[in-house]
Design a protein around this ligand. Structure first.
Ligand code: ATP
Length: 276
């Protein structure tokens, strides 16, 4: 199953087959201060799968990722057009509460960014601030276990989160996101600051987490996409009429198809290393 991003009849047929989608992106465009950075994107994100966004620098991967929880709202000059349906509701509807949305659609960033607080507080702070009524100790333990870091930190929960190794900090940040009981996790190059062993641990963690969560991951590492993603979206840039580069989604395929028989020449050239 695959499609390229022109709206051909076969594309629509394929899109309609995928009705287990959490997100349905319909003609989303993103502008920064009037500059069209990302052309109309159509993509459906299937539930409890890992979707990787790949492509050369500046093709709009992070820009699209930030649309899924309206993080672009926080960037001055950024404007999003089109419909982005999350479980059937357009999240760009003015009635949608973006703060609540971000609890359901959590984000993990490129550089681990634990709070300058204890490991325990890194997890407990968000839920407590949001009026969590359950047992916080249990929530902390459960989140750290799910993020596969409990055994490493259970005897030092009062230590600072920032004193952990980079890989541990990133798993702590994933635990922090999980503690908010999200539905979807957005990950923007979550391993780019990590060594190969920590990268492997985060990848294995993602494979565990997809039993419960839908994961969308931007990665520059094609091996990583091929190791963890069920689906891969390839983005590229094109030159507009003013000579400026803008991003576009070129192809969305199962990862196996993307890496063995991509449907577009652009994806084939990128994957075979002929550009990018
Ligand atoms: N905050 C911003 N303000 C203005 N322009 C931006 C901003 N963020 C991104 N852009 C522009 O939007 C386009 C897409 O950038 P984006 O960061 O989404 O690409 P990317 O594919 O994630 O790149 P990379 O792989 O290098 O991270 C680029 O032309 C970039 O310069």
């Amino acid at each position: 199953m695959s499609y390229s991003n022109s709206r051909s009849q076969s594309d629509s047929a394929t899109l309609n087959q995928q009705d287990n989608s959490v997100f349905n992106v319909e003609g989303v465009k993103v502008y920064y201060s009037g500059f069209l950075a990302l052309l109309d994107v159509y993509i459906k994100i299937p539930e409890k799968q890992i979707v990787a966004f790949i492509g050369p620098s500046g093709c709009g991967k992070s820009t699209l990722l930030r649309c899924f929880n309206r993080m672009n709202d926080l960037i001055p000059g950024a404007k999003v057009e089109g419909r982005l349906n999350y479980r059937g509701r357009n999240i760009y509807d003015p009635k949608i509460n973006a703060v609540k949305l971000r609890r359901q659609v959590g984000m993990v960033f490129q550089r681990p960014n634990p709070f300058p607080k204890s490991i325990y507080e890194n997890i407990a702070f968000g839920p407590r601030s949001n009026g969590y009524k359950g047992n916080i100790d249990e929530l902390v333990e459960d989140s750290l276990r799910r993020a596969a870091i409990w055994d490493e930190v259970k005897d030092k929960l009062k230590h600072k989160g920032t004193a952990l190794s980079g890989g541990q900090q990133q798993r702590l940040c994933i635990a922090r996101a999980i503690a908010m009981k999200p539905d979807v996790l957005l990950m923007d190059e979550p391993c780019s600051a990590l060594d190969p062993i920590s990268t492997r641990q985060v990848e294995e963690l993602c494979l565990e987490l997809k039993q419960q969560y839908t994961i969308i991951m931007v990665t520059h590492n094609m091996q990583q996409a091929s190791r963890v993603a069920d689906w891969t979206a390839f983005f590229n840039t094109e030159i507009d009429e003013y000579g400026k580069r803008r991003g576009k989604l070129v192809e969305f395929s199962s990862t196996q198809q993307m890496f063995t028989s991509p449907q577009t020449r652009e994806a084939e050239e990128y994957i075979s290393g002929r550009f990018g």
